[in-house]
Structure formats: C-alpha cells, structure tokens
Design a protein. Structure first.
Length: 259
C-alpha cells in the first residue's frame, strides 16, 4: 500500500509532527521503517479498531522498536491521525469534486437523493479498485473508521470533515424539504452508520461483488452503476419514508399491548 501523505488546504491542519512529512527521508532505511509502521497500523486498525490496537502490537507487526514510532510519529494519536486522514482525505476530496460537478451541471429533478447517495459512495468503490490509493482493504478500512466507537476517531473525523459533511447535509435538505432538520440528521446518521458496518463485513462485500457481476458491459463504470443502481434507491427510500403515520402508530401500539 502506498502512503503518500496529502498536503491539502481543504482540510484543517492536524496537530502532528512535521519533522519528516513531505520531505525526502534521509535514507531508504528510514523511509522503509515509516512505511512498515504505517502499513502495520492500518492492518491492525482494520481488525481491532483504535482502542484495542496498542503501540506494542504495532511495533511487533512492523518489526520495529518503540523508539522508531516515537521518532517518526510522536504518539499513538498522531500516528493514527495520519493513517486515517491519508485514506479519508482522498475519499472526501473526490466526494466534494463530484458534488461540485453536480451542482454546476444541475441535479436530476426526480432522483436528486439517489445522485447524492451515489456521490457519497462511488469514490469508495473506485478507491477499492486502486491499489495505490486504497486497494482491496479500503472498504474494510472505511467501514472500521466510521464504525469505530473511540472518541478520538469520532472527534477526528467530525472535526476534520465538518465542512464537507455540512455541504452534503445542506444538499440533502434541499432535496428533501419535507423533512425537519432533526429527522434528516437522524436518518443520515443511521444510514451512514449502517453502511459503514456493512462495508466492514466480508459477506456484504461478496454481495456487492455479485451485484457488480450483473453489469451490462465489461467496464468498471458499468459495475459501479450496477451496485449503486441497487444500493442508492434502497437508501433513498429510507430517507424519503413517511413515518409516524396514524396507521403506523396504531400497528405499533398493538405490539406494545402484548409487551
């Protein structure tokens, strides 16, 4: 896996060491050490998450000592911040690029919600095919990152991508004017949490591969269209659903009466 650190002004600066980031390593040995540490951290994070991945486990996996981690990255938090943002900055920049293009060219009048959902998930599908930018484990990594319960990870993602998240919430609000802000926020939260957990599942990825295999034509774009053609309408339906209707309340209260 490639770890080419992004230096982009689209996201807030992180409070991490800049001792060697963005500068040529003094020798190939140090560069290789950094790469091994980053790769080991990502591998263990996918399996165990932030809290359960210790620096000792990382050094063992990478075949380095603790001093090497401290020298190159400073702390566990600084190391994980780089691993997370290296992958997720790429994802979010591409999401914003697609959203910019849609806003410039105009949304589909009927299927705006489906387009917004496709804009959120298409970059992930493409990165999962790109060895240099994501690779086979990217969907696992994405699922773990957004499902991780660690306050450190949640705060990092919320703060770093706040502006991008706000743009998407605003776009969904325009597409779903009948939804109160609180309802929209809840539905988007549930939708993203559910998809994040799904992406971390091997069985779900096999199902998506099965959907991709139904594509007409032998191109990556056709495969993505096949997957999103099933996924986006399903998720859009959950966002558009009318809830708390009288008949629904009556049916639910029937169940409550037996409790």
């Amino acid at each position: 896996m490639a770890f080419d650190m992004l230096s982009n002004l689209s996201f807030p600066a992180l409070k991490i060491r800049e001792r060697e980031f963005g500068k040529p390593a003094r020798n190939e040995g140090r560069a290789a050490t950094k790469t091994r540490i980053l790769a080991a951290t990502e591998k263990l994070f996918i399996v165990h998450g932030f809290d359960a991945t210790s620096l000792r486990a990382i050094t063992t996996e990478a075949g380095v000592n603790l001093a090497a981690v401290n020298y190159h990255f400073g702390s566990k938090e600084e190391l994980f911040a780089l691993v997370l943002t290296n992958r997720l900055d790429t994802l979010n920049l591409e999401r914003v690029r697609l959203l910019d293009a849609l806003e410039e060219n105009g949304f589909d009048a009927v299927n705006t919600v489906e387009q917004l959902i496709a804009t959120m998930f298409l970059p992930a599908l493409r990165l999962a095919r790109n060895v240099e930018r994501g690779g086979d484990d990217f969907l696992k990594f994405l699922g773990r990152a957004y499902a991780d319960s660690s306050p450190f990870v949640r705060n990092l993602l919320a703060e770093r991508y706040a502006a991008q998240n706000a743009r998407f919430v605003h776009a969904f609000a325009k597409a779903l004017p009948e939804l109160a802000a609180q309802d929209l926020s809840m539905r988007l939260h549930f939708m993203l949490d559910a998809i994040s957990s799904t992406l971390a599942s091997e069985d779900a990825r096999k199902l998506m591969a099965g959907l991709a295999a139904t594509a007409t034509g032998d191109s990556a774009a056709n495969e993505d269209a096949a997957v999103l053609g099933h996924l986006a309408p399903f998720l859009a339906g959950s966002l558009r659903a009318r809830v708390n209707q009288t008949s629904q309340q009556e049916a639910i209260r029937t169940v409550l009466a037996f409790a």
